[in-house]
Design a binder for this molecule. Sequence first.
Ligand code: CUA
Length: 331
Amino acid sequence: MWSNLPLFPTQASTQAGQVDALYFFLVAVTAFFSLLIAALIVFFSIRYRHERHPVPHQIEGSTALELTWTLIPLGIAMVIFVWGAAVYFYQTRPPRGAMEIYAIGKQWMWKFQHVEGQREINQLHVPVGRDVKMVMTSQDVIHSFFVPAFRVKADVLPGRYTQTWFRATTPGRYHLFCTEYCGTQHSGMIGEVVVMEPAAYEAWLAGGSGEGSLASNGQKLFQELGCATCHRSDTQGRGPNLVGVFGKQVLLEDGRTVGADETYVRESILNPAAKIVSGFKPIMPTFEGQVSEEGLVALVAYIKTLKSAPQGAQQQNEPARPVAPTNTPGK
Ligand code: CUA
């Protein structure tokens, strides 16, 4: 109905309608009370003007009136709160099984990495009708990923991964902005999201660089940096066995438990002493300065693939023996 209003970008994702509905509700509530109050000001000014009421009448208070003007706004505020929270939770919780795309912001461009190996700059190709989870980080300062047609906006921070997700509903090309002031070329840090039919998307993916998947690049790095010598797939390694670690809870030497997410993996590579896994010694050197953000993303993607069933060349024929109560391979 309202989507033809030129003030609003097109609605091209599943959350766009939800955000707009809430927004129109806020506008309607605001407009209603603004008009009501303005009208009452005019009405009371005339009705109780000085000539008719030279001596004001003292009112000592009215419980009924006070309850009314307290409970009605409370009710309206609660509707806004619950509704807003519902939309917020929908937006901030990527559905299970969403496909992942990695984004790296830097002054002043967007770099995207598809799990299949495709890389692109200032252009993001996604299929229509599929949940896409963005795993984002920054190489320098704070940026913010904003696609108005999707009503998706999320800060992109150095030193950690943030997430957002969307499901595009209409093929087309949509603006992508950086919406956090990040330096002189901030306004030029723009791009486009290209939403394609699934078949066209597959074809686009297949016409890729031939560099191999993100995880296989990560696996290569894992070997080159020597990670594999300590993080062995058996219990003999000097570092924890990484098979099955991602997405699980990890018990630390100091008794804390942390969730093994992207940020945990990244920190463990750059600042290994920050979180020592229970039963291991803080002997791992830092890889700060030795791995680019792209490399880190590839390593994270690789470690994700070690999720349950071991795969990859370095496992060879020797079955992994999980240390922790992870899944037994082959089960
Ligand atoms: Cu990046 Cu503004």
